[in-house]
Structure formats: structure tokens, C-alpha cells
Ligand binder design. Structure first.
Ligand SMILES: NC(=O)c1ccc[n+]([C@@H]2O[C@H](COP(=O)([O-])OP(=O)(O)OC[C@H]3O[C@@H](n4cnc5c(N)ncnc54)[C@H](OP(=O)(O)O)[C@@H]3O)[C@@H](O)[C@H]2O)c1
Length: 376
């Protein structure tokens, strides 16, 4: 296992951080946790050198923290750092924040949380957290030793990221990042900004939730043609770890084979390890994925709100994801959109969206094609 320095904190952590958001038990795909299996996955990861474990209050129907707490008995707690999170929806004042943190400490069977994160924030959530005094609460809890580091996980635009990063004395930030998301959310600019400030960055969705683990034919052909053979997962993690600002890459594993493969991969990765040829390969891989894009919607939302409530960027994102990664949008999700009147079936062709679109996309026609293909 490679260990990396956490920026200004000066501590070291494993390059592979175990994400405790999945652990699908039986039946797979829902949030029912197979406790025994989850505990053996967690302990195997720690025995293999993982020192960073990421969970959250809400994961797996609020059972993830409890199972992690059980897994960390028998001396495992002392070998790791725990990251868990405060969701904005569960707190509204100091008393509720205190109650939540105490509940999390109880579930995790520990007297302190190493990395405590405001969960999945954007500018709106950050403003909300400020309005209820969360920054002060985090400061106080750090002083009292109930948390060691004040952190957030982020899902929003780069501008929001820059604002939030400059607005508080963060000890660590967690962002979604992978070779496809260089210009999405915080993106490469955000990673570099955090790096300049010495703030360690923990990566989530390094495999886009598993979608980058299976390469489509045109991408696999590029990997196959490269002289050094690696799996798509190895390429994705190697690319991430090449960035010196990255402290830990989280990976949520469902199977022991995935833990074993990731332990092997994170033994071999280090900042600056990729050659020019390898970096070029990853650029070509990105282009090959993007060549499958159905529509150049950037999700800027200038087209919103649609006068007829059609969820235009969401539908285009589903359409692109299906084409790029083979993601199945799910019959239920599509049906719900239609029932709520947010599907292209509600479009009357008024053209307000096309007038507002900075990309000049043929939205009206594309919505109908997208809907047909998604339902096809
Ligand atoms: N704070 C937030 O807002 C937030 C949001 C998202 C995630 N997170 C955290 O970040 C962690 C990582 O995110 P993520 O779980 O989405 O990570 P990810 O690494 O992008 O995706 C995890 C999925 O990748 C697949 N996978 C992992 N290792 C593999 C291997 N060796 N070979 C093949 N497939 C492999 C598995 O999918 P299959 O089993 O389906 O193949 C697994 O469920 C989460 O567990 C969670 O702790 C936080």
C-alpha cells in the first residue's frame, strides 16, 4: 500500500480509502447491508494496509456507521482514521448538531471522528450550514477533541467550490473526480486550487460509481493497443494517484475480489508516475468516451426553469450517461418523471429553452429523441 501526505495536515494516509456506501448484500442493488460480508471486507482492507474509511450518517439506510463501528472492534479502530458526515437535512440548530454527532459517535463506537464532513454541499447547503452555526460548531468540536479535522464533501460548480473553499478554514475537502470529470464540478481547477492552499483532497466517484470499470468497445480497443496491459480500473486509479494533490482515493467495494484488486493497484501508484505516453492514452480514452456523447449539454441550466416543467438537463444527462457508460436510467425513474409532468411528454415546443441555450442546441427535437431512446 502506498501512503500519501495529507497536505498541510502533515499526516499520512493510505492511497486507497475504503468507501462504506455500497456493500450491497442480498438482493444486490438495494440498500440492504450484508453485515457479516461488510465486516469481512472492511477488515480485509485494513489488514491489507487501508487506513482511511469513509462513511456517512445516511449511507445504507443509516446502517453503514453501525456496521463500520462493529468492524472496528477488536483493535481495528486504533489502526485507522474514520471520516463521517453531517447531512444538512438532519440538523437545524446547535442542539440537533450535537445530538447527531453524539449518535454517530455511539454508532461508530468511538470517542472521536477523525474527518468530520458537511455532507455533499454546494453553495446553497453551505449558506444553510452557516445560518445554523455549523462552522462554529465544527470549531468547537475540534477544540473539544470530538472531531480532529473540519471538512466537507462537495457537489456543485467550480465557482461554488472556490467560494466555499475561501470562506472557511477547511482541513480537508472531498470532491468527485476522475478522468472524465476534469471539467465537471470542482474539476481539475478545484483540485489545483485546494492544492495551492495546502488542503488535502479526498476523491470520491473515482470510477464514476463503477461505470469506468467496464470500458465500451472503442475505449477497450485503446487500452488493448497500449504496450502495457492494465484493467480499466487500474488505469482510472493510476491516473488519479498521478495527481500530487490527491490524498486518498475512495473506492466503494462490493466484493472481496474488488478489495484484493484495489489493494494490488494501490501498491503501485504514486504522484507523477505516469509517462507522457500513458497520459496521452488517457486523453484518447476520454475522447473516445466523449465521441459517444449524444448531445453537448453542459448542464448550465440556462434553459431552466422550463415553463412546462420539463427537466431538460436531467434528461440529457441520462441520455448521455446511457450512451457513454451504458447506464440504465431505470424504468421506475422514467415513469416517475412522466407522472410528475417533467418528461419530454410535457414539452409544447414553445422554444423558451432554445432561446436561452448558450450552446444553441436543438433542444425540442433532441428531447423527443432522447425520450424515445431512453424508453427504447
Ligand atoms: N460525500 C458524498 O457526497 C459522496 C458521494 C458519493 C460517494 N461518496 C463516498 O465515496 C466512496 C467512493 O465512491 P463510489 O463508491 O461511488 O466509488 P467508485 O470507486 O466510483 O465506484 C465504486 C464501484 O466501483 C466498482 N469497483 C470498485 N473496485 C472495483 C474493481 N477493482 N473492479 C471492478 N469494479 C470495481 C464497484 O461497482 P460494482 O460492484 O457495481 O461493479 C463499486 O461499487 C463511497 O463509497 C462513499 O464512501 C461520497
Amino acid at each position: 500500500m502506498q501512503y500519501r501526505t495529507f497536505g498541510k495536515l502533515g499526516i499520512k494516509g493510505s492511497a486507497f480509502g475504503l468507501g462504506c456506501m455500497r456493500f450491497n448484500g442480498e438482493p444486490s442493488g438495494d440498500s440492504i447491508i450484508n453485515e457479516e460480508k461488510a465486516i469481512s471486507l472492511i477488515r480485509r482492507a485494513i489488514d491489507g494496509g487501508v487506513t482511511y474509511l469513509d462513511t456517512a450518517y445516511v449511507y445504507l439506510n443509516k446502517t453503514s456507521e453501525t456496521v463500520l463501528g462493529k468492524a472496528l472492534r477488536d483493535g481495528y479502530r486504533e489502526r485507522v482514521t474514520i471520516a463521517t458526515k453531517m447531512p444538512s437535512g438532519a440538523v437545524h440548530d446547535r442542539a440537533s448538531m450535537e445530538a447527531l454527532l453524539n449518535e454517530e459517535l455511539r454508532k461508530l463506537q468511538t470517542d472521536h471522528i477523525d474527518f468530520y464532513l458537511m455532507h455533499g454541499i454546494d453553495r446553497k447547503d453551505w449558506d444553510y450550514f452557516k445560518s445554523i452555526g455549523a462552522p462554529q460548531f465544527f470549531d468547537d468540536m475540534k477544540r473539544e477533541g470530538k472531531i480532529r479535522y473540519k471538512c466537507c464533501s462537495f457537489h456543485g460548480s467550480y465557482d461554488e467550490f472556490e467560494y466555499i473553499l475561501n470562506d472557511y478554514d477547511w482541513d480537508m475537502v472531498q470532491i468527485q473526480y476522475n478522468f472524465m470529470d476534469i471539467n465537471n464540478q470542482a474539476g481539475t481547477k478545484g483540485l489545483e486550487l485546494a492544492g495551492e492552499k495546502g488542503i488535502p483532497v479526498v476523491i470520491m466517484e473515482g470510477l464514476l460509481g463503477g461505470r469506468l470499470a467496464k470500458a465500451p468497445d472503442n475505449v477497450q480497443a485503446l487500452y488493448d493497443a497500449f504496450p502495457v496491459k492494465r484493467t480499466p480500473v487500474e488505469w482510472a486509479f493510476r491516473w488519479l494517484c498521478n495527481h500530487p494533490q490527491v490524498a486518498t482515493v475512495l473506492s466503494g467495494c462490493n466484493e472481496m475480489e474488488q478489495i484484493e484488486e484495489n489493494l494490488r493497484i494501490f501498491d503501485t501508484v504514486a504522484p507523477g508516475i505516469m509517462s507522457d505516453e500513458e497520459l496521452k492514452l488517457m486523453e484518447n480514452v476520454r475522447e473516445a468516451y466523449l465521441s459517444r456523447t449524444k448531445i453537448g449539454c453542459t448542464g448550465c441550466r440556462y434553459c431552466m426553469p422550463c415553463p412546462n416543467n420539463v427537466e431538460i438537463p436531467r434528461i440529457f444527462s441520462m441520455w448521455n450517461n446511457a450512451a457513454l457508460y451504458g447506464s440504465n436510467p431505470g424504468v421506475q425513474g422514467l415513469r416517475r418523471l412522466a407522472e410528475e409532468g417533467k418528461s419530454p411528454e410535457s414539452c409544447v415546443g414553445c422554444g423558451a429553452c432554445e432561446a436561452a441555450c448558450p450552446q444553441h442546441l436543438p433542444i425540442i427535437e433532441s428531447l423527443q429523441t432522447a425520450w424515445k431512446e431512453l424508453n427504447g
